[in-house]
Ligand binder design. Structure first.
Ligand code: ADP
Ligand code: MG
Length: 251
């Protein structure tokens, strides 16, 4: 991919000596990561290596115990106001969509802009339609999530995040719950977002996507970042034995 236009210089996300435990279990071990605005980072690694935990810490869906997390220059602490602000700036897309089943597609998209950003219903719905058009499902606006395919639901989830006009998007295995024929329609939307300059951290094992879109690939194992490189070097010349083993299993 040609380098997308980077809107603003500077750091979007910084993780400094990040450590987290679940009870006695040390799940994240001294993670250090700097994400420049406009970067597209793919995070991969074996199941249980801490990928979800790491990205969930970035918008405080999980709490860390040691180290610093700084998003758009603001340090994450218990301060609820800051957490709210950071959640507004950081969109998240999950493996299982997490749409509200009792709300229509349009209502799902307009909900946070109305309740969090205090937009009028009319304005929020007009904006939501714009994003539903962007993910190519405006005709589904009045349906409920259960009436849509998995690929369509995931595109709604992306549109819903975009309605909050985030600076950073986090994706946690957005295509792993999808039937194979629906994966491309979701990846295509993510590729477009990347081309428009969105800062993205994507946990995914879609290595074609990583090669097309990522400027950096990060490999995690047992709570640590073991290796990181540009996709070309990462796939063609993995340095660490564990990275080689992982790639031999998925490619
Ligand atoms: P990944 O996304 O790489 O598969 P996770 O971040 O989901 O890894 O999990 C990392 C480790 O932490 C796993 O061993 C998992 O069982 C454990 N874990 C995840 N969430 C919790 C939790 N809420 N409580 C206790 N252990 C957890
Ligand atoms: Mg995970």
């Amino acid at each position: 991919m040609t380098e997308p236009h980077i809107k603003q210089a500077g750091l979007a996300v910084e993780l400094r000596n990040l450590n987290k435990w679940y009870g006695d279990f040390h799940v994240l071990k001294n993670i250090n990561l700097e994400v420049q605005k406009g970067e597209r980072i793919v995070i991969c690694g074996p199941s249980g290596s801490g990928k979800s935990t790491m990205i969930r810490c970035i918008n405080r869906l999980e709490e860390h115990q040691q180290g610093d997390i700084i998003v758009n220059g603001v340090q994450l602490t218990e301060d609820l106001k800051k957490i709210e602000n950071i959640r507004r700036d950081v969109g998240m897309v999950f493996q299982h969509f997490n749409l509200f089943p009792h709300l229509t597609v349009l209502e799902n998209c307009a909900l946070a802009p109305i309740w969090v950003n205090k937009e009028s219903r009319k304005a929020a719905e007009v904006n939501a339609m714009k994003y539903l058009e962007r993910v190519r499902i405006p005709e589904q606006a009045k349906k409920f999530p259960g009436q849509l395919s998995g690929g369509q639901q995931q595109r709604v989830a992306i549109a819903r995040s975009l309605c909050m006009n985030p600076d950073v998007m986090l994706f946690d295995e957005p295509t792993s719950a999808l039937d194979p024929e629906m994966i491309k329609e979701v990846l295509d939307v993510m590729i477009e977002l990347a081309q428009e300059g969105m800062t993205m951290l994507c946990v995914t094992h879609e290595m074609g996507f990583a090669k097309t879109v990522a400027n950096r690939v990060i490999f995690m194992d047992a709570g640590q970042i073991i290796e990181e490189n540009n996709p070309h070097e990462f796939f063609d010349n993995p340095q660490h034995e564990r990275t080689q083993l992982f790639l031999s299993q998925i490619l």
